[in-house]
Design a protein around this ligand. Sequence first.
Ligand code: ATP
Length: 304
Amino acid sequence: MIEVHELTKRYGAKTAVDSLTFTVKPGIVTGFLGPNGAGKSTTMRMILGLDRPTSGTATINGRPYAEHTAPLKQAGALLDAKAVHTGRSAYHHLLAMAATTGVPRSRVDEVIDLVGLHEVARKRAGAFSLGMGQRLGIASALLADPEVLILDEPVNGLDPEGILWIRHLMQNFAAQGRTVFVSSHLMSEMALTAEHLVVVGKGRLIADVSVAAFIEQAARDTVLVRSPRAVELHDLITGPGVTVLSVERGAFEVSGLSAAEVGDRASAAGIALHELTVQRPSLEEAFMELTKDAVEYQTVGAAA
Ligand SMILES: Nc1ncnc2c1ncn2[C@@H]1O[C@H](COP(=O)(O)OP(=O)(O)OP(=O)(O)O)[C@@H](O)[C@H]1O
């Protein structure tokens, strides 16, 4: 379990993390979502004791990470996959880590097999592809068999097979009753991986919600209506709870009414319909809508 309470980090005048409070529960994968610069990495670094908070607290299994007697048994993390000694082989990188943290040698072979690096374990890590580097980073995170796994953008730059592999690894880890906290700026990826979402923008909490609830909210349909008598039909259906989102010549988009309701009303008034299409926003669109005011560097015109 990870508990973050009123966590704040300022760099001079810049507030990178602004009074964040949330809990990451065991047994499920929790996605940490937000646009670039939202403060995800800074929050993860503070949870792991790598950055000192300006104020507030972050604990892992009830204590600040650094105060645990065997911190690596509590939480393993992948923050930057390139942070390995490039001259060492994957095997020796892990062996050195194991030796300094009291992990038995046999566990090194175990995690190498677990992440599928058996064939290349004796090769220099500096020559690894991005995907192999990510696997090695995850092997390091898993080395001490931790209760909590913290991964910062683990699928960045991976091919579809690598993405699938990490997704299953996280889900299996959570299914064992452990805690998984994974950051991403891709809603579509998190919808497939996570069960719960913590969404941040400009350092602030925007949503703390189950993926199912987010999808349900996002999936609010709109109906595109095209008719030669669009103006009349438009006037006929407007009322409480009905929002007309866009109007163009001969067509409009409406929310708050089902396609059947629009069709019935048109039929009752003897108005012909030339199109009646249910439109469902993609999850990515719903996420962008949610975070649109919290995007740090917005392209001019992007808000429209
Ligand atoms: N050491 C630092 N000094 C000054 N500003 C920093 C420092 N580290 C982060 N920031 C700023 O804090 C904000 C949050 O950065 P952070 O890297 O935590 O965001 P993020 O959500 O992880 O973004 P990304 O997906 O781009 O990595 C950014 O505006 C960043 O420029």
